[in-house]
Design a protein. Structure first.
Length: 741
């Protein structure tokens, strides 16, 4: 029989472990589905009933009150996708194909999301469909990303294949790695035939050196425009080409120099002629200089005199740089101009010059060389535009930005700017990097929500929505932030709406007030401890006073009354009514002595050192039941008190005594249940009666209740009271046990 019981016990334990294991597996599966945005469903085709998991509610935007139904799936499918969805579902049911379909759904709020459905049918032994089982996964983010990439690829392919420009990708030596199909209508070559060939082998010998020199500069730049040059087409003709270079050597998808070229042969001659005519027009507002091959001025227009203060006869035969350039003129720009003019190449730059009065001014120069029919350089001309006002405005902007950046970076408190739409950090100062321990690069990959605890993100997002419709500085309440190491700090935020490089952004200043809050909490704790010391002192004084009063009643009053009893008893030998009266007096004195003993015992309390707490509660219960129609039961099966301090036991006894007084005075109860329980960390006291009760939601400031709370607080106890009219009262006091207790 014993073996059978053991076997059953083992089976029960195994079943419990199996159930626990299954429950844990279900929990893990639910968590995995939630993280992967996957919900599962079962459709009973016979009974037309449907089950779905909790994740389905989130995917379809439904609340938990919504009853699962097949119509919910059907109605949620985007109208444009519904016919294909229904046809696919019928094929799964009738043909037994595996369900695998992507489509759109429309949420109740109108939001459109993409989902992927996978599933299969379940049939009986006669191959009749019984169930459809499957999963739904929210693939919106992945789908939108794929669509954007595809759209970008299609746009790029369309631009490359259908654009008017010739696009090529070259390596560092000018070898073609890719050529767009537009090379055929422009130069007559097949795109594939140019791959692997050097582009410089097709450039006119007179232009190849200059183009090669310019091409070498792109290795240290991101973008460069080449001067027009001649390129050989497949018929042996030289075509004038204009090219813009973009350095994408570090782009893993390109790893080359992208050359965007355009054939300008047909327009170059006309353009050059028109340019010369427009540049030498006397009435132009721009200064025009024509110089010989050595760079000496041969002609200037009236605008040159107006801008520089020099007349034509004063500057003829001189080089412009000899009198226009000064101490702050950039030396690099001067070398650039001299080299271009010496090599008869076009140039474009901005340079600081000085007028006849010695005052500085900024000009923008466009220069060209003029060639004869034999291609020989005969003259140089340059058109100059006064851009001093623009330069001064740019300097003010730079100075303002420099001042802002200095204040921003040197501010001792963390500051940052984040995009109001995407919530990504746009810029952070050094204090933010130092304080939060993230690098600038890490910040730029993060959103403002990444430094907030999850509990505050919804409130933050609501506050940001409010900012969008407001202006000016916002003084906000204290927020919690997260450092890189996970430490939570308290910060006081000041924010301001700004325009940052064309984006609507928010400038934030964060003041760390963690130490201030911790100091305030420390002061609050010290205040509580001080209040506790005061309460403890008051209670100790009361106990001492009660003890002294009890001893006084017992040692003095009791002895006097005892002596009186002896004197009166000795007089009993007298006869007559006097004797009867003396007898009656003796009985009354005896009763008085008993009452005084009870009073002294009540005032002095029980000696917890010699009498156990449970015994003291038993004695108190017996006294109350002897003097009142009250039934008291006391449970202490798991309770031990040998390791408890006298102070704690005395406070527990006083709480019991105080609650008994409350029950007798106010509850009019007939039954009381007391329980003492404890484990290694906690001690619990329960006192419950069947009295008239009261509304525990109403604040009660009675002396008895306050005494209970004060007694409990001396040992870090927590008090809870549950009661209702006609439902009795349940008092629970919990003490956390520490070694000192």
């Amino acid at each position: 029989m014993s073996n059978l019981q053991n076997t059953r016990s083992n089976i029960d334990v195994s079943l419990q472990e199996l159930v626990a294991s299954l429950t844990e597996s279900e929990r893990r599966l639910a968590n995995a589905q939630k993280l992967a945005h996957i919900g599962n469903w079962d459709l009973d085709l016979v009974n037309n009933s449907l089950y779905w998991s909790d994740e389905i509610y989130r995917i379809f935007g439904l609340d938990k009150q919504h009853i699962p139904a097949y119509e919910t799936f059907l109605n949620a499918v985007h109208p444009a996708d519904r016919p294909a969805w229904e046809a696919h579902r019928e094929m799964v049911i009738n043909k037994g194909i595996t369900m695998n379909m992507e489509h759109r759904i429309v949420l109740p709020d109108g939001t459109i999301r993409y989902v992927c459905e996978l599933g299969e049918r379940v049939v009986d032994d006669k191959n009749r469909p019984l169930w459809l089982r499957g999963t739904v996964q929210d693939i919106t983010e992945t789908k939108l990303t794929s669509l954007r990439v595809k759209e970008s690829e299609n746009r790029f392919r369309s631009l490359v294949q259908n654009g008017a420009d010739l696009i090529g990708v070259l390596d560092a030596y000018g070898i073609y790695n890719y050529v767009s199909p537009t090379v055929t209508p422009i130069l007559g070559y097949d795109a594939e035939s140019l791959i692997g060939k050097n582009a410089f082998s097709f450039i006119h010998p007179e232009d190849a050196s200059a183009v090669s020199e310019q091409y070498g500069l792109i290795m240290d730049k991101n973008y460069l425009e080449l001067a027009p040059y001649r390129f050989l087409d497949n018929k042996g003709n030289w075509r004038w080409i204009e090219t813009k270079l973009t350095n994408l050597m570090n782009d893993i998808n390109i790893r080359g120099i992208v050359a965007n070229s355009r054939d300008i042969t047909e327009t170059k001659e006309v353009k050059d002629t028109l340019k010369i005519l427009s540049l030498i027009a006397k009435e132009t507002s721009n200064a025009v200089i024509i110089s010989d091959t050595a760079g000496n001025i041969s002609w200037v227009n009236n605008a040159f005199t107006r801008i520089t203060g020099y007349k034509a006869e004063e500057v003829k035969g001189k080089k412009p740089g000899s009198f226009l350039q000064g101490k702050d003129t950039d030396a690099t720009t001067i070398r650039y101009l001299r080299k271009k003019i010496r090599n008869c190449l076009p140039f474009h730059c901005e340079i600081l010059n000085y007028n006849k009065m010695g005052l500085p001014y900024w000009i923008e120069i466009h220069g060209e060389s003029i060639f004869d029919a034999n291609g020989e350089c005969t003259q140089h001309f340059a058109i100059q535009s006064d851009i001093t006002d623009r330069k001064n405005a740019e300097k003010k902007v730079r100075d303002s930005e420099r001042e802002y950046r200095y204040l921003f970076q040197q501010n001792p408190m963390p500051m940052w700017i984040f995009d109001q739409e995407s919530l990504y950090f746009l810029e952070v100062n050094e204090a933010a990097v130092y304080h939060y321990k993230y690098s600038v690069e890490e910040f730029q990959k993060m959103r403002i929500t990444d430094i907030r605890p999850s509990s505050e993100i919804s409130l933050l997002e609501k506050r940001i929505r409010d900012w969008k419709n407001s202006k000016g500085i916002k003084e906000l309440s204290i927020w919690k932030h997260l450092k890189k190491n996970g430490e939570i700090i308290f910060v006081e935020i000041t924010s301001h709406n700004i325009d940052y490089q064309g984006k609507t952004a928010i400038l934030v200043l964060a003041n760390d007030v963690t130490e201030k809050i911790q100091l305030q909490k420390k002061l609050d704790r010290e205040l509580v401890l001080k209040q506790r010391e005061i309460t403890e002192a008051v209670v100790d004084a009361q106990e001492k006073e009660k003890l002294e009063l009890g001893k006084e009643l017992h040692d003095n009053v009791n002895q006097i009354l005892g002596a009186a009893k002896l004197y009166i008893t000795s007089a009993r030998s007298n006869k007559g009514k006097t004797g009867e009266m003396i007898n009656t007096s003796a009985e009354l004195l005896t009763l008085a002595i008993d009452e005084i003993r009870k009073l002294s015992k009540s005032l002095a309390g029980h000696d917890i050192d010699t009498l156990h707490l449970c015994e003291a509660i038993d004695n108190l219960s017996e006294q109350l039941m002897a003097s009142a129609p009250l039934s008291i039961s006391f449970s202490r099966q798991t309770f031990t008190e040998d390791d408890l301090s006298k102070k704690l036991k005395l406070n527990i006894f006083r709480i019991v005594q105080e609650q008994f007084n409350n029950i007798i005075k106010h509850a009019h109860a007939s039954e009381v249940f007391i329980s003492l329980e404890r484990d290694a960390a906690k001690l619990s006291l329960f006192i419950q009666d069947n009295g008239r009760g009261f509304d525990s939601s109403q604040t009660r400031n009675g002396i008895g209740i306050n005494n209970i709370y004060n007694r409990a607080s001396l040992n870090d106890g927590k008090v809870s009271i549950e009661s209702a009219p006609g439902k009795g009262c349940r008092l629970m006091v919990e003490f956390m046990l520490h070694p000192a207790l």
